[in-house]
Structure formats: C-alpha cells, structure tokens
Design a protein. Structure first.
Length: 94
C-alpha cells in the first residue's frame, strides 16, 4: 500500500540459525522519528511430518503512522504473528 509507507531503520539484533529453526533474538529497529520496534520469536522450518510454523512477537513503543493520510496515529502495541496447525493469525493489543 503506497499510502502506508513507513521508514524502518537502525535495525540491530541477532538471528540464530540451526538445522530446523531460525530464532529472532532481540532485534530492534526505529520506525519514523521516535518509534521503537522490538522483535523476538522463532520460525520452525519444515521437516518430514512437520510443516513450517512461526511465532514472531513485535513490541512497538511510541510508533507513529499516517493512515489514512490526513490522520496521524501514535501509540504502543504488542502483537504476535502466529502460524501453526490451526492457521495464521495476529494476536495482541494496540
């Protein structure tokens, strides 16, 4: 969505890789002027008998977005992006 473009920069943190999992360990980024994002979680790679699944947690602090274009929204959020045997979903609070 071109009208929802936001800059994310100053990305720092660690990704750990092993044969069946990618772990996101304290990845932090800046969004806009003052907003901070923090990512944690795991991506479980597919194996025989086990499909791809993930849980990625995003904590947003003082994030500002312009959507729709005439409205500036500012706030905090704690969201989890989850994919497992029951489907994909977003859970959390804004």
């Amino acid at each position: 969505m071109p009208s929802f473009a936001q800059s994310i920069d100053s990305i720092n943190g660690f990704l750990s890789f092993n044969r069946d999992r990618i772990s996101i360990e304290g990845v932090q980024a800046r969004m806009g002027n003052n907003g901070m994002l923090r990512f944690t979680g795991d991506l479980n790679l597919p194996r025989p008998g086990r499909p791809f699944s993930y849980q990625v947690n995003v904590a947003a602090k003082d994030v500002s977005t312009r959507f729709p274009e005439f409205l500036n929204n500012r706030g905090d959020a704690n969201l989890s992006l989850i994919s497992d045997g029951t489907g994909r979903r977003i859970e959390g609070t804004v």
